[in-house]
Design a binder for this molecule. Sequence first.
Ligand SMILES: [Zn+2]
Length: 381
Amino acid sequence: MGEFDRVTFMNDLKKIVEEASRIIGDIPYQHYTFIAIGPGGGGIEHLNSTSISFSGKQMDTRAGKLKMYNFLAHEYFHHYNVKRIRPIELGPFNYDRENKTKMLWVSEGFTVYYEYLAVKRAGLMTDEELINAFQKEIQTYENKPGHLFQSATQSSYETWSDGPFGRTGDEVNKTISYYNKGPVLGAMLDFNIRHVTQNKKSLDDVMRFLYQEYYQKKQRGFTEDEFRKTCEKMAGTSLKEIFDYASTTRQINYPKYFGYAGLAIDTITKAIPGGWLGINTSTKGDSLLISNVEYESPAWKAGLRSKAAIMSVEGQRPATLTAILKERKAGETVTLQVIQAGQSKELTVTLGQKGTKDFTISRLPQASPLQKEILASWLGH
Ligand SMILES: [Zn+2]
């Protein structure tokens, strides 16, 4: 387990458990156990316990500690969201077949959303760290071309074939992860409900209602339609636009929804200087191994795929690639000697121009009293 401050850790964990429980307002178990299973990267939720990878060493850095706290909050919140607050398809399980649901963006995505909020409300994360967490989720989602191909409901439904983080290899280009889009949709729903109710209601009320109505009273899961109706009942209005964002690949209007909480988000595309090829590489001996090719990038269009090895660039060592690309402009070319699928070949690629959006989230300079109130209560002030 390694050396770490066990007293502080237990105090912090207690605060996380208290904050996560406060969201739902009921504790359904007599005893809950965190089963630490040593170093690794996984966890699995049970009804009244979780098995979770844990290393005391990870507690040495701020980033490692936060990651651990978020992870613990995530697994703990699952005893509500997924084990008790659940889509009708997710239990009682038939373990002989796949149990497909279109709502993992809620079951997993909102668990990510509430892991951040529980850790924040427990006072273990700063305002900036919380805001940065959402900025990162948006960046990850938007910067993968999969967001043009797969919706959150599809990604939920296809998880048995694609995997929870989307497909791997070149196929990753066609998929997304509901672990990224889910919490962002959660934040947008939360901000929208707070906005239309003058901050009298929030996503917490939706979760509490689902718990009381379906888990406690009806003792069953909810359908997609029941989930949406619960959200719209809390808001007192249609939330069509957000549900469309969940079930389609439509471009999301982030400034509108984050604006409800007095937050600005930078969606301006900025050109990256230099010529754009569209690959990620790792060094392997004297060559560069292509680990990933961006969909529809110049490299992709030239036929390059992951696992190919670059043997030389303009007749020079492959290590010069980055420097050469920096000096070139869009429209200029670069010639590569590659080995792909056992074949040695020379490729001349016409470089493109890459733009990025960084989705930096900041505070609106002139927020209204309602916007300020929503932000303060969301941040747990
Ligand atoms: Zn999970």
